[in-house]
Design a protein around this ligand. Structure first.
Ligand code: BTN
Length: 264
């Protein structure tokens, strides 16, 4: 049985200072030394009645998961591995992962001064390398419909697997000094609470515009993706009000709603 432990001291003070801005995440922030995946543990807790806003964080994950069936390297103490339980209104669902990408980018900026760039839908890049990612998983059961929204941030240099190391970066490498993981967690949760509130209150435009303003290095860039008819290519134009990526191709505009694109 995996039991939570008290939050490490480095997290307590920043979270206490941010309490008034944590919104729905102020209720319960759980900390575990080592889990398989915080997304899996959050889903188990949601099934047993954990409320919306419950935050599950861990010092290490032995089976951290990424998007598209990939794994997420989660060495002990080297990153933030965090999942939240959300119960969004139907109208907020399509933009939830877009909003989460914005929130993580803003949280990194607030805690470090770095200016991350977003690659559709929610990969967080710094200096052309991936520093953070978001994994949202929805489920319906006796506990109702809920979304486990997880994010992982590479904070310290660590032994990342050789297949990701050349394309990955970490915040300390980029900022050139120690990064306070407690402050980073607090700022990411505050941003996520605010963006979630935007979505729930129908402030769609604000979320979409924030994403666009973080994606200057993505928009206008040539991308390639797998579609039903084969591999397509075009120039990323914008995202629409549902979070779909709009791409200008030789035959007109295409809307990509799922999966991911490759930079050409
Ligand atoms: C991606 O592929 O970019 C998404 C990575 C998401 C990783 C986080 S770490 C916390 C949470 N638990 C997981 O198993 N995955 C997410």
């Amino acid at each position: 049985m995996n039991l939570p432990e008290p939050l490490p001291p480095e997290f307590v003070e920043p979270l206490a200072r941010a309490a008034a801005r944590l919104g729905l995440f102020a209720r319960q922030i759980l900390w575990y030394p080592d889990v398989s995946s915080t997304n899996d543990l959050a889903a188990t807790l949601a099934e047993s009645g954990a409320p919306e806003g419950c935050v599950v964080s861990a010092n290490a994950q032995s089976a951290g998961r990424g998007r598209q069936g990939r794994s997420w390297a989660s060495p002990a103490g080297a990153g933030l591995y965090v999942s939240t339980i959300l119960k969004p209104a139907q109208h907020a669902l399509s933009l939830l992962t877009i909003a989460a990408g914005v929130a993580v980018a803003d949280g990194i900026h607030a805690a470090t001064g770095l200016v991350p760039d977003l690659k559709w839908p929610n990969d967080v890049f710094i200096s052309g390398r991936k520093a953070a990612g978001v994994l949202a998983e929805a489920a319906s059961s006796g506990a109702g419909t809920y979304v486990v929204l997880g994010f992982g941030i590479n904070v310290l240099p660590a032994a990342y697997p050789p297949e990701v190391a050349p394309r990955a970066t970490n915040l300390e490498r980029e900022v050139g000094r120690a990064v306070d993981r407690g402050l980073l967690l607090a700022e990411c949760l505050c941003s996520l609470a605010a963006r979630y509130q935007d979505l729930e209150s129908g402030r769609i435009e604000s979320v979409v515009n924030a994403w666009r303003s973080h994606a200057a290095a993505t928009l206008g860039r040539r991308v390639r993706w797998h579609a039903a008819g084969g591999v397509l290519e075009g120039a990323a134009d914008t995202i629409d009000e549902n979070g779909a990526l709009v791409v200008r191709t030789s035959t007109g505009l295409a809307r990509i709603t799922a999966g991911e694109v490759q930079w050409v």
